[in-house]
Design a protein around this ligand. Structure first.
Ligand SMILES: [Zn+2]
Length: 260
C-alpha cells in the first residue's frame, strides 16, 4: 500500500480531475485492477470550470474507473467500495486520497485471492474534490455514477463504503455515516472493527463520495477523515501516511466483507 501511495503522490503528484496526471493515475489503477483479475470499465465525468481550493480550473472531463468482481450482476445484491483518485490542483494528495486508493487496491487484491460471499464493485472516483461551493460542485464522479443507476441497481446495493483520508496515524479510525439511513451500515462497520480488534470513533460526515449514494437512499458510510497539517496543500506528501493506519482501514473493510 505504501508503494502505491508513493507512486501516486510521489511519482505522479497532483492529480486535478481533468489533468494529464489524473489520467496517468487512472491508467495505473485500471491496469492494477486488470492484473488482479477484474473486469474494468470507465465512465466519463463532465466537470465545470471553477475554483480548486484557490486555483482556477477549466471545464473538462474526468473519469471513474470501475472494477467488478467476476460474475457481478449490478441488478443483484452487491456492495460498492470506493475511493477518489483526484486531488485539488496544488496537492500531491498522499493522504487525500492516495491513502484511500491504496487501501482500495489492497482490498481488490485480497478479494481476488479469496472472493467474499457478496460480490464487490470497486470504484476509483474521478472529480470528488470541489470546484466551488455547495452540494452541486463536488463529488462529480460519484454523482454521475449514481444518476446512471436504474432503480433495481440502486436497490441491489447493500452498502457503499468510501475510503477517504485513511492513512494519517490516529488512535481511532473514524467510521462516519451520512444520515440515519447509513446507521445500520455504520453499526456493521463498527462491529467489524471490534472483531478485528481495531479502535474506532463513530462520526457523521457528508464530505465524500458516500454522500452521493446516501442522497439516493443507498446505505453509505465513510472511513477516514483525520485532521492533519498538510490538508489540500503541497505538504500532503507520502511521509504523512502511516502504513499501520492503512492496514487498519483495510482490515475493517475486509472483516465487514466477512473475511479476516
Ligand atoms: Zn478526499
Amino acid at each position: 500500500m505504501m508503494a502505491d501511495v508513493e507512486r501516486l503522490a510521489g511519482d505522479i503528484g497532483p492529480r486535478e480531475a481533468t489533468s494529464k496526471a489524473f489520467y496517468e493515475a487512472a491508467d495505473l489503477v485500471e491496469r492494477r485492477f486488470r492484473e488482479l483479475g477484474f473486469r474494468t470499465r470507465r465512465t466519463e465525468v463532465k466537470v465545470p470550470a471553477g475554483d480548486s481550493w484557490g486555483t482556477p480550473v477549466r471545464a473538462g472531463t474526468s473519469a471513474n474507473v470501475i472494477a467488478d468482481s467476476p460474475g457481478l450482476d449490478p441488478a443483484r445484491d452487491h456492495v460498492v467500495i470506493g475511493a477518489h483518485l483526484d486531488t485539488v490542483a496544488r496537492a500531491p494528495g498522499a493522504e487525500d486520497n492516495a491513502s484511500g486508493i491504496a487501501v482500495l487496491l489492497e482490498l481488490a487484491r485480497l478479494a481476488g485471492l479469496e472472493p467474499p460471499d457478496v460480490p464487490v464493485r470497486f470504484v476509483a472516483f474521478g472529480a470528488e474534490e470541489p470546484r466551488g461551493d455547495g452540494d452541486a460542485l463536488h463529488h462529480f464522479g460519484s454523482q454521475q455514477l449514481v444518476a446512471d443507476l436504474s432503480a433495481a441497481e440502486r436497490r441491489a446495493i447493500r452498502g457503499m463504503v468510501s475510503l477517504d483520508r485513511v492513512g494519517v496515524p490516529a488512535e481511532r479510525v473514524p467510521v462516519c455515516r451520512a444520515g440515519d439511513r447509513g446507521a445500520d451500515l455504520q453499526d456493521q462497520l463498527l462491529a467489524a472493527a471490534r472483531s478485528a480488534k481495531i479502535r474506532t470513533r463513530a462520526c457523521e460526515d457528508r464530505a465524500s463520495d458516500h454522500w452521493s449514494y446516501q442522497k439516493a437512499g443507498i446505505p453509505a458510510a465513510r472511513l477516514g477523515k483525520i485532521a492533519y497539517a498538510g490538508y489540500h496543500s503541497p505538504d500532503d506528501v507520502p511521509s504523512v501516511v502511516d502504513q499501520d493506519q492503512l492496514a487498519r482501514a483495510a482490515r475493517i473493510v475486509w472483516a465487514w466483507l466477512g473475511r479476516s
